[in-house]
Write a new protein. Sequence first.
Length: 317
Amino acid sequence: MKKLFLLLAVLLSISGAEDKIKIYFEAGSVGDNFSTVISNGAKAAAKDLNVDLKVMYSEWDPNKMIENFKTALAASPSGIVVMGHPGDELYKPLIKKALDSKVAVTSIDTELPNSLNEFKADGFGYAGSNNYKAGQLMANEAIRKFDMKKGEKVMVWGLLSKPTRGLRAKAMLEVFKENGLNVEYIEISPEINKDPSLGLSVFSAYMAKHPDTKLVVLDHGALTAQSPQFLKSLNLDKEKLNVAGFSLSPATIAGIKDGSIDLVSDAQPFFQGYFSVLQIVMNKKYSFSGFALDTGGGFITSKNIGIIEPLVKNGIR
């Protein structure tokens, strides 16, 4: 696979300045580790493939993502890479408008299943995890790893209200309930979604009311990274409270190493960023249709953190 990508990079980069492809890329939030890694992948591909890349940020606000798309489309680029958080209903007509204007579009991080079905032949693809499947995998792995028994309490802190993105929380809640666990759910507010450090008061109030909670699952990368500080601030016993979450960062790595975080699911955002740029280039140069790649499924624990840590420090994982 590595040799194939290198060969593609060489072939696709052999072009004059007049053929340079311009891509607008949605990356999430400035300074957010997931956003940094996913944009690192896109930048690496842009360098390999001689692409003019413009990174856009939305602070994870679906409305801002739509604004970014409209701004990008007005600039008449070669292609646009989107994150699917706003959902198919809002994105689908915009994607059609872009494709009708000969602007290629593909997606990362959160699926747009209806758009993928309709526009795949036109080059619209997806690189990222299947959110529902990722939720199922996380819940089942957590039950196995922490030997969860019927009646034990688990809290899921997620984004259930978001179209498609909320499927991860939905799947976890279903699996936990099907296994007889006592499940509590908290919706991540827009404010905490943007600045997870604000979640301390919410977490404090929950733990004060539910001190018997055995497992907390944080359906948010930056919130997962913040959790060791939450436990420390509230003087919670990390030997008694199991914490699981999503996405890697230096803070999350430190939490895994000191036992504050026990289980992390990783959707490999560097690959998402890299492949999405490659997808646009392949479509614009050779009319390739869309590819749908599931990048999720892996788990990081104290047992394999030694292998992953250098890659996190280098902005690759």
